[in-house]
Design a protein around this ligand. Structure first.
Ligand SMILES: *Cc1c(COP(=O)(O)O)cnc(C)c1O
Length: 397
């Protein structure tokens, strides 16, 4: 696989080798359960989890006791939204959100709506940007929560969460933000943002899969959440179940590395992304960039190639791993709801590729990717898809 250039870092990221090193003892000798309070195995596991909790808390400016470990961002989002509705009083059952959220949030909202909640969608502009004034206008006496993602996983647009946070505070409305693409990449501080709930995920920042965090302002004591999973009272009663110690330790280490290295990684990745976009648009006509030109993730590019379908482009460059404007979730190739929401037509949606870089991306890889994309798009536009390309889909990878 090392001959494949990995540019799909919004889907998942490579485990940092230092994270694996930190996890290794907890996958081998240190197999204790932190809930075992009566012996050294348990104590050591508990100490490791609490150390990791502090590392994640430090990355986002939170108190350690406000960090709840979950199985990932999807679970954190479910806990934030369903948990708040269940804990809230029934006269406040309105959630304000956008149509460009991750499916984990949209699908959760759809379920809540079936159960009687009201979901209000605030429009986004053509860059996928949210206007805080529109959020404020949408707030009513029934509004329980505003839930708006901090950085979009397809087009990279950042939301003005700090402004929205001030508005929510003023109106006594909860604010949840899905920051899975943001945490570990750009600075996040739950105090300056004034969020009450914040979601992040280890595997989007060079940690292991299957481990997430929900930040809960004032933790369980706030009483703003009802747990989704009942059991042994773990995580101060907010998320029962034995903790995934190795993954949590890995998340902590990934958070620490991000905190230390983010300010150096960010300009590197931004320069590579800019080189990628400049290189592609300099060598091809009819390429447009999606998302906010300025207020966006440094490692994201979303490009629409007029007259070239994304799936055909990808078949012509099997040594570059990117993702298309469809089929992003599981085996259900729906055209991207995000690209539709920012006004792209069906043909444009089908002709869009998402590029996600990381700290492991190199100059050589970007130079090669520019060449491969240019060749592939040119070939597709000439209409030369060969049989062999089409059959590759079924070949072992
Ligand atoms: C990846 C992602 C999720 C889901 O995260 P998991 O940890 O894989 O469940 C949710 N929101 C955003 C913005 C994401 O990028």
């Amino acid at each position: 696989m090392s001959n494949v250039i990995y540019l799909d870092n919004h889907a998942t990221t490579r485990l940092d080798p230092r994270v694996l090193d930190a996890m290794m003892p907890y996958l081998t000798n240190q197999y204790g359960n932190p809930a075992s309070r009566q012996h050294a195995y348990g104590w050591r596991a508990e100490a490791a989890v609490e150390w990791a909790r502090g590392q994640v808390a430090a990355l986002i400016g939170a108190q350690p006791r406000d960090i709840v470990f979950t199985s990932g961002a999807t679970e954190s989002i479910n806990l934030a939204l369903k948990g708040a509705v269940a804990a809230g009083d029934s006269s406040k059952n309105e959630i304000i959100t956008t149509r460009t959220e991750h499916r984990a949030a949209l699908d959760t909202c759809a379920v809540l709506e079936e159960q009687g909640a009201t979901i209000v969608f605030v429009d986004v502009n053509r860059y996928g940007g949210v206007d805080p004034v529109a959020v404020e206008r949408a707030i009513t006496g029934q509004t329980l929560m505003v839930s708006i993602m901090m950085a979009n996983n397809e087009i990279g647009t950042l939301a003005p969460i700090e402004d929205i946070g001030a508005i929510c505070r003023e109106h006594h409305v909860l604010l949840h933000s899905d920051a899975a693409q943001m945490v570990g990449h750009l600075p996040v501080n739950v105090e300056s943002l004034q969020v009450d709930l914040l979601t992040c995920s280890a595997h989007k920042m060079h940690g292991p899969k299957g481990c997430g965090v929900l930040y809960v302002r004032n933790g369980a004591a706030a009483g703003i959440l009802r747990p989704l999973i009942d059991g042994g009272g773990h995580e101060r009663g907010l998320r029962a179940g034995s903790l995934n110690v190795p993954a949590i330790v890995g998340f902590g280490r990934a958070a620490q590395i991000a905190a230390e290295e983010m300010s150096g990684v960010e300009p590197h990745v931004r320069a590579l992304r800019n080189a990628l976009v400049t290189g592609i648009t300099a060598s091809l006509e009819g390429v447009t960039s999606n998302g906010d030109p300025v207020s966006r993730l440094p490692h994201n590019a979303s490009l629409t190639f007029r007259g070239a379908r994304a799936d055909a482009i990808m078949m012509k460059m099997k040594d570059v791993a990117v993702s298309s404007g469809s089929a992003c979730s599981t085996n259900d190739p729906q055209p991207s709801h995000v690209l539709k929401a920012i006004g792209l037509g069906e043909e444009e949606v089908r002709s869009t590729l998402r590029f996600g870089l990381s700290k492991f991306s190199t100059d050589e890889e970007i130079t090669m990717a520019i060449r491969r994309v240019t060749q592939a798009v040119t070939a597709v536009r000439r209409g030369s898809i060969h049989e062999e390309d089409l059959s590759y889909e079924h070949a072992p990878h």
